[in-house]
Design a protein around this ligand. Structure first.
Ligand SMILES: *Cc1c(COP(=O)(O)O)cnc(C)c1O
Length: 300
């Protein structure tokens, strides 16, 4: 495992717009994307008393898979709580679920949400990795971006990324606005995001749980259409295909289609150079693609 992260930034053209893509999907084969940034703190520090990770969330979560990788690297057990596992998934394990089980995940079904435990030897991780420790790895992401911006001599920069818990967008914005970057001469980047889980109010509340100072919160863009998290939409699948065809990059199917559709509705964001953060999650595409194929089988 390469403990020194620095993912490439690529310049691309999409729908006649020039855009830079931060390829956090390429950080590492198994430990990548924003979950790797959020859990980086646990990867690089020593926790001699910890023997087990406890977490909870959905049965195909990207965070679940990344935690299974972390636990394996660290030699820890991994207990994960889900409300249910559909019969189809139980009989045909696939996607994040399958690969997390292969990494030794111990799954607890229908036993409720575990409470943050002070139990000895246990590390409790909130759903989706929404916690303060995520700031550590996301500050490094911010540093990589600012160094690149300086290097390219980009006087101004807009950064866009879709949000779930909003942890990544929040800590990125906070780092850009508050951190001392050695020798920085350019203007600090501005972070824009769009809620993919819940609405704008929900996302604001998520931000406030992690940071009271609203001055460092990212700008939230209101999407023109409400899309329910995890639901399948034809326009989402279409833009996912188009992104791949025009840029040669596979994006995630849960967050990125809603992110890109919203970004393209706001062309003023392209008035400054724009950097899109690819937050990984490609292992989860296996299950999303199966669902898309079952739903739209006649046309795929
Ligand atoms: C988890 C995840 C997100 C959401 O990240 P938050 O920090 O919870 O906002 C976005 N994109 C991908 C691909 C993810 O796996």
């Amino acid at each position: 495992m390469n403990k020194i992260f620095n993912s490439p930034i690529e310049k691309k053209l999409f729908e006649q717009q020039t855009i830079y893509i931060k390829r956090d999907d390429l950080l590492d084969n198994n430990f990548s994307g924003n979950k790797a940034r959020k859990f980086y703190y646990y990867l690089v520090n020593d926790f001699p008393n910890i023997k087990k990770i406890v977490s909870y969330g959905s049965n195909q979560s990207n965070a679940m898979y990344s935690l299974s990788v972390l636990a394996k690297i660290k030699g820890w057990e991994f207990e994960y709580f889900v409300s249910h596992v559909p019969l189809y998934l139980e009989e045909n394990p696939h996607g994040n679920f399958k690969h997390a089980l292969e990494n030794g995940m111990d799954i607890h079904v229908g036993q409720g949400v575990p409470t943050p435990t002070m139990k000895k030897h246990t590390l409790f991780i909130e759903e989706g990795g929404r916690q303060q420790e995520a700031e550590y790895g996301i500050e490094l992401l911010a540093k990589e971006i600012v160094e690149w911006q300086e290097d390219k001599g980009l006087e101004e920069l807009n950064v866009f990324l879709p949000a779930g818990t909003g942890t990544t967008a929040l800590f990125l914005s906070k780092a850009f606005l508050q951190k001392e970057f050695f020798g920085m001469r350019t203007t600090r980047p501005t972070v824009f995001t769009v809620p993919c889980v819940g609405d704008v109010d929900y996302l604001k509340k998520q931000f406030l749980m992690l940071e009271e100072d609203e001055n460092v919160h990212p700008f939230i863009i209101t999407p023109s259409k409400k899309r329910h998290f995890g639901k399948l939409y034809r326009e989402s699948y279409n833009i996912w295909l188009k992104l791949q065809a025009e840029m040669g990059i596979e994006f995630d199917l849960l967050y990125d289609p809603h992110g890109w559709l919203t970004l393209l509705e706001n062309p003023e964001l392209f008035d400054k150079p724009l950097l899109y953060i690819h937050q990984g999650g490609l292992m989860g595409n296996e299950s999303m693609l199966m669902r898309y194929k079952r739903k739209y089988s006649e046309n795929i």
